[in-house]
Design a protein around this ligand. Sequence first.
Ligand code: QV4
Ligand code: CA
Length: 467
Amino acid sequence: QYDPYHDPHCGGRQVIVHLFEWKWSDIAAECERYLGPKGFCGVQVSPPNEHCVITQNNDRPWWERYQPVSYILTSRSGDEGQFKDMVDRCKKVGVRIYVDAVLNHMAGLGRSGTGSAGSGFNADQRSFPGVPFGPNDFHSRSDCPSASGNVDNYQDPKNVRNCNLVGLVDINGGTDYVRGKQADYLNHLIDLGVAGFRCDASKHIWPGDMGGIQSKVKDLPEGGRPFFYHEVSDFNNEAIHDSEYFGEGYVTEFRYSVKVKNGVDNLDQLHYVYDQGWNMSPPNQAFVYVDNHDTQRNGGVLTYKDGARYKRAVAFTLAYNYGFTRVMSSFYFDSNDQGPPHNGDFSTKDVTINDDGSCGNGWVCEHRWSPIGNMAKFRNAVQATDEVDNWNTANGVLSFNRGNLGFFAMGLNGFNERRQTGMPAGQYCDLISECKIKVNVDGDGSAQISPADQNEPFVAIISERGY
Ligand code: QV4
Ligand code: CA
């Protein structure tokens, strides 16, 4: 049934890419030259609002953008004009923008001065004139039950939601004034053409407050509710459950990243990545990804640093039938705090494109790796079916078909196998190699499957209807 909070408004496309720390001008260009043609639904962008400017170790850490100063749209990625230009140019090629909305808190204790848009602020005094927010707009010391004033007990919802997350001064979302200011921010973004929001740290916001904000957020100009997905980690060991947010939209499924990691070397396990025994969210609530900008730093998941295993995890995620999918696109980093590639004045470096289609200037661009970027079309093509048939992992090669809409195969190594595809007889383009090879499906639905490049051991085909 139609669920108003679950439509990403991208014409039926299915894959969002997080272009972490990219400038608006680079995202606009990427929509036109790559994401639109490749069938991506949209881009999750870094927080566009005014943030703290934090200099440490001769760097500007990426996480300064999770310390809001106001909702003015001038950030390290660009200004409002550049933001608007990005939204428009992406939309023209069928790609929507999803904003990372940081609503739980403002800057960290001890921070004061001038934000990225020039607004003054003082976190200790709870003074943010650029909004404006003052002391009454934050949780008071007595609202928070912890001794330190920080979130330090995940067994107590009041502690998690009324205390300061790592010292970030905690907004009280219970008042009409605060909800109004935050809804104004989101409504302004909707006026500019965005299609939805990744809600940061939703676990730390009372579901009723989140709902209160969302109810003040307008429909999109073309009709329908904006697409909301909430960042809530739930490993079944805390007081707060992700299901508390199901009424507000999709919810990030952190358990998926662990499941898929376990499966990339034990292909049969991949059939069980949606583990109800782990209380994982149902497919129509789960927002899934192999890694995100936090987990790629905290360990425990696969990242670009894992090479072939990472490609298997992401390609499989896009081929399988679980959840709404997001692909991570990173910059290379050696230490966790390291900011994006930058020039001497700390301005973010352009994303350059090499002749072979890879990125330069320190940008990884996982989304352009062929078994990742080319799988967006696959997921778009198979969305109409939940079916996963003819699961086969013989000889270290996983293959399955999605009803008669698509067939996918990936190997631990190169391969040349006869497999049942579920597809009508005919000749199909291999998506992974951008049609360098064709797959011939016989009358019995079987086909000889061999990747175009044995070092990139993936094959994917879709029915004409989808291609
Ligand atoms: C430090 C001390 C605190 C002290 C404080 C005093 O650690 O003990 O109280 O100073 O001022 C940065 C620093 C952190 C510092 C803090 C405040 O790393 O050491 O506290 O700033 O100045 C990102 C980073 C954080 C960063 C934060 C703000 O990950 O390290 O903190 O931005 O700049 C849980 C949550 C989940 C959260 C996840 C990381 O449930 O919601 O942890 N994920 C989201 C984002 C994440 C972001 C935030 C939430 C906060 O995905 O990127 O944190 O917006 O699972
Ligand atoms: Ca809170």
